[in-house]
Each structure stands twice: as C-alpha cells, then as structure tokens.
Design a protein around this ligand. Structure first.
Ligand code: IVH
Length: 598
C-alpha cells in the first residue's frame, strides 16, 4: 500500500499533468481522463477476499508489511464478509479507508483527539469487542492483487465495487481537463463543512489502467496519481523563542516556538522558519506577532510578521555561527548544480561526533523506510538516548530488555514486544540497509541503484577498502541517478574511520539479504544507454522498462556498455561514434521496440 505525492495548487496539478504526458510521450493537447475521488482522512486498510470470503485484513504498516487486524475489521458493518456475485474475482485485495463520521464522533469525542485518531486507535485494539463499540465505517477505492482482472478502468472498478456490496464515495467523478479538475475541486471544497466526514483533499487517478501500468511507480508513490490537498488554514500567534534543530545531515533548522493556537482543530505550538535567509527575508524576530499557516500534515509555517504589533525594542535574530550541539563552526555549502551557496546552514561535523546528529541518525535508522523497527519511534530513541542506552545503531542490538522492562513507562510485555521487533528487523535487504546507514545524498532510489550494483553485502563491503573504493566509485558514476554529488558523499563517508567502524559493527549484527533483481528479465545482466528521443515512449518510460527487466542504465559510453539505443530524434553523434569504435551493439528505434515485443 503506497502513499501519494501531494499537490497544493493549480500549478502543482499542471506540473503533474505535464509529467504524466511527458512520461507517456503524448501530445499536450491530448486529453487524459482522471478519476477524481474525495480523500477521506481516515486509516487505510486492505481486505483480502479469496473465493468471495473475507480472509485477511491488514493495516498499512510500512507500506510493504501491514499488521493483521482481520478480527477488528470484521466488526465493521460496511465490510462484506462473504460475496457471492458471479463476477467477483477469485482473489481480490480491496483497498479503502476506515473512518468515523463527524456526527458519530461527537458521541465519543471525549476519548479521542479527532476522528482519525479514534479510527486508528480502535483498529489497533487487542480485543475486537472494544473495536465493535466504535462506529467505524468503510469506503472502498482501490485494489491490490486481483485475479482474474475483469475491469480495465478505475471508474469501472468503482462501479463493480458497488454491485459487490461495498460503499464507494458518492462524490467520485470523472474529470478530463485542468478546468474540470479545478471546478470539481472548488465545488467539493465549498461543500466540505457540510460533508459528514473529514476530507483533506481529492485524489486524482488516471482512469485507464493500462496507462497506470505504463506509468508505474517511483519509490513509494505511483506516477499515475496525486493528492490535491485543500487549502490550508491560518491563525495569528506570538513567537516565544526561536530554537535551532539539527537534522541528521547536520542542517540547522530554525523553529519558532509559538503561543499554542488552535488552527482548524489542531493545536499548533511550533512553526518551521526554514533557514537563515528566510528569517532575514521575512524579518522574523522573537516577540513578533506572526501569521501561521497549516496545510494538512505539512509542518506549519510562518507566513509573515504583523509589523504593526512589533515592540520597538526587539532585536533582529542572530543566526548561530557555531553548531549549538558540538560547537563546530557552521558552514554553507556550495551547490554544484545551482552554482550558488546553499541557503542551509550546516554543522560540518568533521569528526563525526556531533551528538544531535548522532541522535537524529538513529531516528532515521529505526524509521519505517529504513530498518522499520516496529514500535521503535522517535520518542523511544529520545528516551533511550537520555538514559545513555544508545549512541550508535549497533547499540540497538545490544539493549538489555530486562533492564528496559523496569524503566518508567515500560513493562515486561512492552519490552518483549520491542525485543521481538528488533530481532525481526535484523533480517534486512541490502537496499534498505544502505538507505538506513544515512549517507548524505543517498535516498531510497539511490540506495536501490547501489544495491542493484553490489547485489550482496560482501561486495558492498569492498567500499570500505581504499584501493577498491576508487575503482568502484569510478564505475558507480556511470550509473543513472548517481552523480558527482553522490560519489563525493560516498567517498567522504567511507574514508572516515569512525563511519567504517559504525557500519562494520552494525553489519556484524545483521543478516543482510542480497538484492533481488528479476533474473528472468530480457535485460538481465545487461547495461543499456540511450541517446536521442524515442517516438513511442519517453526516456523515463524506456529507462523504467529496462530496470523492470533486470537491466542497468549507464550514463556514459564505455566498454562496459552492452547496448546503445539510438532514438530517431536528435541522437548525439559523438556517443554513436564512440559506441561504434568500442564495438558496442547499436539498436535503432525499431530494433528496440522489437526487443520489447511492441
Ligand atoms: S489511493 C497508491 N484513493 O490517502 C494510491 N487513497 O496518501 C494509494 N485515501 O494512504 C491511495 N481516499 O489512506 C487513494 N480515494 C482514495 C483515497 C485515498 C483516502 C488515503 C489513503 C492513503 C492516502 C494516500
């Protein structure tokens, strides 16, 4: 179960449309039909039906592995337990949202902060009889596995869901132009307060499932859908203090501590100030009255200062030139791609021992996208950090659970659950491990690219050896998505002995599984490069296809290249000549489509 990219404006939606059309290599004037669906702010769930019987209900979890909440879901009246319709697929994962209506929430409001928390809390109950007491509802909007697939449009699927006995949203609509998208968005937004459930926006999905399939996914979200969030809400408050937070990459982020105010049902007491330039540009000072904006789940921001209310005596805010945690002189890096100095102030942490950075790295390490240690969140990291129980990732695998069970707020059960979750996380795939380490500029996509190259942990460990590293980095720079920034970052990271120790100690405690590529793919083990535009698909789609079929994309012509695909539109002669010189197989557009069976 994936997440969605967010759009906050018409421009964001136009960008999304452009990207979709570019990827599919279709004309700007050609229309694409979208299924526009209200985005209910609840808890997503997946319901597996086998031969019409509801057999397994899962929560979202980390997107890949959810928790089994079947018995709690069975208490919800809206969820059919048995479906006997003849056209119901043999296997179907129905995806949808569990929520509580605003009117029902009023009756139980004392126990929970908001309807979403109430739904989440009741779904996690150990005892289904407790869940049953809460008036949960279910609306269906998507699918996971389906066999056989007897629909080829999202809108068709939504209709079928209804005939099978599921609730679907009555405000679902097909839209096919930016004008229609805007009209529908405004229409739903004005109705919002009269609708009996919390909505935080609309979801647009390309209606045609074949096109969805071609577009595929990037990291955790589909290229074929986007969430269009409703406009934010604003309020005024006073800045009590400006604190500097240090992130895992050493970035110093100023945060305004404000007099708590309620903005649209949520109490806000912090707002991000982004960086030094932003504070100067808006001239934000401690003591100022400021306008705060909150949009969905995004961190609240300071929009502007009400200068009329400013006390003459208050001073300009001085951004620290030393790291508040370790005292290192802060820096602003030069950004090679923008050819400008970064706006972000950083702790350079040359000795790799800045305490705040270490702690933030631990938070990243246990997070869902990284090691995914269930139940081990930021609060526990802080708790264990304060008690001096953890400093480095490996410490997590040396915790004394007997001792933990005696700590304030802990018991035998919670300590044993944590122990189990930590044990479970020790079996990890190479890409997740690489991402978990938290090397700067190595995000989820790059971690996958690297894992694909190294395949197993032993090969990855060659990066630790100076003589081998140079050769490896020379090769890596040819991979698509890996640039100078990433290579420099890998070099800096692995040439530091403190980092090598941290990572080596960690690896000893893990069971790292090799990266799985599809060995059956038509490009398995092959390297491919493109030059010139293709007429039937975009470069992005072509690259995605190669990767899906087990191949690697290279960015430069070298002996390691197996195929150079030459598109009809403006190929680079230099690349083609070099490939000829090196005796590399050259494919023209037709042979390329031939290989793909298109
Ligand atoms: S589609 C890959 N459709 O929004 C597509 N999501 O940020 C995944 N949601 O976790 C979701 N209504 O909890 C989709 N009609 C709808 C939705 C919807 C609410 C929630 C869902 C999901 C989140 C995505």
């Amino acid at each position: 179960m994936l997440s969605l990219a967010n759009a906050f404006s018409k421009e964001n939606i136009e960008d999304f449309l452009k990207k979709v059309k570019n990827f599919l290599n279709i004309n700007d004037s050609q229309e694409i039909v979208f299924s526009a669906e209200p985005k209910i702010d609840g808890i997503s769930a997946s319901l597996k039906y086998i031969d019409g019987i509801f057999t397994l209900g899962l929560s979202r979890g980390d997107g890949k592995t959810g928790e089994d909440i079947t018995n709690n879901l069975k208490t919800i009246k809206d969820i059919p337990k048995k479906i006997t319709k003849p056209n119901f697929p043999k296997i179907l994962d129905v995806r949808g949202e569990v929520y509580i209506s605003k009117s029902d929430f009023k009756k139980i409001a004392k126990q929970f902060a908001n309807p979403r928390n109430a739904a989440g809390g009741s779904l996690r109950q150990k005892n289904p009889n407790e869940t049953k007491k809460i008036p949960l509802k279910f609306v269906a909007y998507g699918f996971g596995m389906v066999e056989p697939k007897n629909f080829d449009k999202q809108s068709q699927y939504l209709k079928l869901l209804k005939t099978w006995g599921f609730n679907t949203n009555s405000l679902n609509k097909l839209v096919s132009s930016i004008e229609e998208i805007e009209k529908n968005y405004k229409n739903i937004e004005t109705q919002r307060s009269n609708i009996d459930y919390d909505l935080d926006g609309l979801v647009y999905k390309i209606d045609n499932l074949k096109l969805q399939n071609r577009l595929g996914f990037v990291s955790n979200s589909p290229r074929w859908a986007i969430a269009h969030k409703f406009s934010s809400e604003k309020g005024f408050s006073i800045i009590k203090n400006i604190e500097i937070q240090i992130g895992r990459t050493g970035a110093l982020t100023p945060v305004a501590k404000i007099e708590p105010i309620n903005i649209g049902g949520v109490v806000v007491s912090n707002a991000t100030l982004h960086n030094e330039d932003e504070i100067n540009r808006k001239d934000i000072r401690i003591g100022d009255t400021v306008c705060i904006q909150r949009a969905g789940d995004v961190i609240p921001q300071v929009l502007y200062v009400d200068k009329e209310k400013r006390n003459k005596n208050i001073q300009k805010f001085k951004f620290p030139n030393k790291c508040p945690s370790c005292g290192s002189k802060t820096i602003k890096e030069f950004n090679f791609s923008t050819k400008k100095k970064d706006a972000v102030t950083r702790c350079p942490d040359t000795k790799f021992n800045c305490k705040e950075i270490l702690r933030e790295k631990l938070k990243h390490f246990v997070s869902k996208e990284a090691m995914n240690i269930d139940g081990f969140g930021k609060k526990i990291i802080q708790n264990f950090w304060d008690l001096n129980l953890i400093r480095y990732p490996v410490d997590i695998f040396n915790l004394n659970f007997k001792k933990i069970s005696t700590l304030d707020g802990w018991g035998e059960l919670s300590a044993s659950n944590l122990e189990k979750a930590i044990k479970k996380s020790q079996k990890i795939s190479l890409d997740k491990l690489i991402f978990s380490i938290g090397i700067r500029h190595i995000g989820q996509e790059n971690a996958k690219t690297l894992a694909k190259y190294f395949v197993n942990i032993n090969k990855f460990k060659e990066l630790f050896i100076e003589e081998k590293r140079k050769k490896i980095l020379n090769y890596l720079i040819e991979l698509d998505g890996i640039g100078e920034t990433q290579i420099n970052s890998l070099q800096t990271f692995f040439s530091n002995s403190a980092n090598l120790n941290t990572v080596s100690n960690l690896i000893k405690r893990l069971n790292v599984s090799s990266f799985k590529t599809s060995k059956s793919g038509i490009f398995y083990g092959k390297t491919i490069m493109f030059t010139g535009g293709l007429s039937k698909m975009s470069r992005a789609e072509a690259k995605a296809l190669v990767e899906k079929e087990g191949g690697k994309i290279l960015g430069t012509t070298s002996k390691k290249l197996d195929y150079l695909v030459v598109g009809d539109s403006k190929p680079t002669t230099k690349k083609v000549d070099k490939a000829k010189q090196l005796n590399i197989k050259i494919l023209d557009e037709n042979s390329w489509y031939g290989l793909l069976n298109r």
